[in-house]
Design a protein around this ligand. Structure first.
Ligand code: SF4
Length: 255
């Protein structure tokens, strides 16, 4: 995608949603960090459901350590991989108390040194809690960047490096939110909703998904054509059966 197209791509996403943010609910950087760790291979909605009552009681690492692993496991048992995640959250809370005075660190290196915190989690926290221009590449961002041709890459690291290079100001800070939301609600994995996509003319993906009415018409036409060809075949079979039976009843040679 050319530089002017990249600008236009984000301009339109920004126009449609001027203040994008994460859908994970939290009241401070620590809760956000915990929510992002819990969201690995789980939906934001499922994390919010489990975290609402948890975060009403737990707002800092010390309270989490005091709660303990067993109670935390119970609180998040509806989220996938809850055993490992409970272990990691308690361990990272201890590490925050021991090495960072109970605060969430502001550098990628320090964040990634915490248990259960990878590059993507660090990017989300740096961006959402501290306003850094980072590009967290999750499954939605990866798909949108590859499908559209915005920042194609074989790995999440490749896609992130391309986004770093091509995303212009004033979109750098919110770019990853726009891409996540676009992937989650419009450029969906199974069936991208191209007919209502604001960047349809900038995207290289083909064939574009037509509107539901057109798809319904096309599918009705396909069913009608299948039905008529079945009827033709059935008619042909009946005709040949009749000819064969006439031939069988007639002696092939005169005595
Ligand atoms: S046109 Fe379709 S494939 Fe391209 S970004 Fe929009 S929804 Fe995704």
């Amino acid at each position: 995608m050319k530089r002017a197209q990249v600008f236009e791509f984000f301009r339109r996403l920004a126009e449609a949603n001027p203040s994008p943010t994460t859908e994970l609910e939290s009241s401070n950087p620590y809760q956000l960090l915990v929510a992002v760790v819990l969201s690995a291979q789980a939906t934001d909605a499922s994390v919010n459901i489990a975290c609402r009552p948890l975060f009403a009681r737990i707002a800092n690492p010390q309270q989490m350590v005091d709660l303990g692993e067993d109670d935390l496991r119970e609180a998040i048992k509806t989220i996938g991989l809850f055993n490992t995640k409970a272990k990691n959250v308690i361990a990272l809370s201890r590490a925050l108390i021991d090495s960072h005075g109970g605060e969430v660190p502001r550098t990628r290196e320090e964040l990634q040194a915490l248990p259960g915190v990878g590059r993507k989690t660090a990017n989300v926290v740096l961006n959402t809690a501290f306003g850094e221009e980072t590009f967290a590449v999750d499954t939605h961002v990866f798909r949108v960047c590859n499908r559209t041709g915005l920042a194609p890459g074989k790995t999440v690291d490749e896609v992130e490096a391309k986004l770093e290079k091509i995303v212009p100001q004033p979109f750098r800070r919110d770019a990853h939110h726009w891409l996540i939301l676009h992937g989650r609600y419009v450029c969906k994995a199974r069936l991208p909703e191209c007919w209502r996509c604001p960047v349809i003319d900038l995207c290289r993906y083909q064939p574009k998904t037509p509107p539901p009415e057109e798809r319904a018409k096309a599918s009705a036409a396909r069913s009608a054509s299948r039905a008529s060809s079945k009827a033709r075949i059935a008619k042909g079979r009946t005709a040949s059966t009749r000819t064969a039976s006439r031939n069988r009843s007639r002696p092939s040679r005169l005595p």
